[in-house]
Write a protein that binds this ligand. Structure first.
Ligand code: KIV
Length: 268
């Protein structure tokens, strides 16, 4: 088990400079956050993927500020010393700069997050700059934007053509110039992931963006094999916990029904 270390935005910049990979994983509840943190995961992301992973929605669009804050607070209780990034949900940054700042501040003040993540392109750079100016660390998120599936016509790999690749680079650079401390690159060709990583001084955290990013992020339910609805190409299943859970639930119900549970060992 890796030793616990207190991560800050400076640590992350140093890790990129030293070529040390950054490991980020989503977490939505206290016990998972505690285990991930004990195992030396550098950053915990309370992603709006919680909509699909735990709330039963078919996209991230229905996820609200209250949902995100509720889960961020649970993750903080489970991992008091972890660097926790709260994901700003659909529309939480777009109604006005004032709303965006107030929403971002709630992640820091109420949920005790260390930073917020904002999905969006160059148009959001002035908002990011205001947040950073106010003292809120911001992680950008460019490339495939799950909050934009309605306008994009679905989940599409970003940056496959010269024009769209240039747009991804411009979006990432705009985040860096606005003061973001890192940027998530989602579902872009590996070559583009490498190029963005080389052109930025801040770390890139890839998900489906190749091995050359400064770090990687995965959805915890995907790596555990707990989310069976869909397996993204970028995810690796390290376990099949869904199958394990089915075995446990079946064994438990069989034992209750046939009288082999509880025994004296479980009785008072
Ligand atoms: O919501 C989320 O989990 C994310 C990651 C996939 C980067 O945004």
């Amino acid at each position: 088990m890796a030793p616990m270390k207190k991560i800050t935005v400076s640590t992350l910049r140093k890790m990129k400079l030293e070529g040390q990979k950054i490991v980020m994983l989503t977490a939505y509840d206290a016990p998972t956050a505690a285990l991930a943190s004990q195992c030396g995961i550098d950053l915990l992301l309370v992603g709006d993927s919680l909509g699909m992973a735990v709330l039963g929605y078919d996209s991230t669009l229905p996820v609200t500020m209250e949902d995100c804050l509720h889960h961020c607070k649970a993750v903080r209780r489970g991992a008091p010393d972890a660097f926790i990034v709260g994901d700003m949900p659909f529309m939480s940054c777009h109604t006005s700069e004032r709303d965006a700042l107030l929403n971002a501040a709630r992640f820091i003040q109420e949920a005790k997050c260390d930073a917020v993540k904002i999905e969006g392109d160059i148009a959001l750079a002035p908002t990011v700059e205001r947040m950073v100016h106010a003292g809120i660390p911001v992680m950008g998120h460019v490339g495939l934007l799950p909050q934009h599936i309605k306008t994009a016509g679905g989940y599409r790999i970003a940056g496959k053509t010269e024009d769209t690749a240039a747009r991804v680079i411009a979006d990432a650079k705009a985040m860096e110039e606005a003061g973001a401390f890192a940027v998530v690159l989602e579902c872009v060709p590996a070559e583009l992931g490498k190029r963005v990583t080389e052109e930025l001084s801040i770390p890139t955290i890839g998900i489906g963006a190749g091995a050359d990013c400064s770090g990687q992020v995965q959805v915890v339910h995907d790596i555990l094999g707990l989310f069976e609805g869909f397996k993204p190409k970028h995810a690796k299943r390290y376990a099949d916990l869904a199958a394990e859970m089915r075995k446990v639930f079946t064994a438990y119900s069989d034992e209750v029904r046939n009288g082999t549970f509880p025994t004296d060992e479980h009785s008072f």
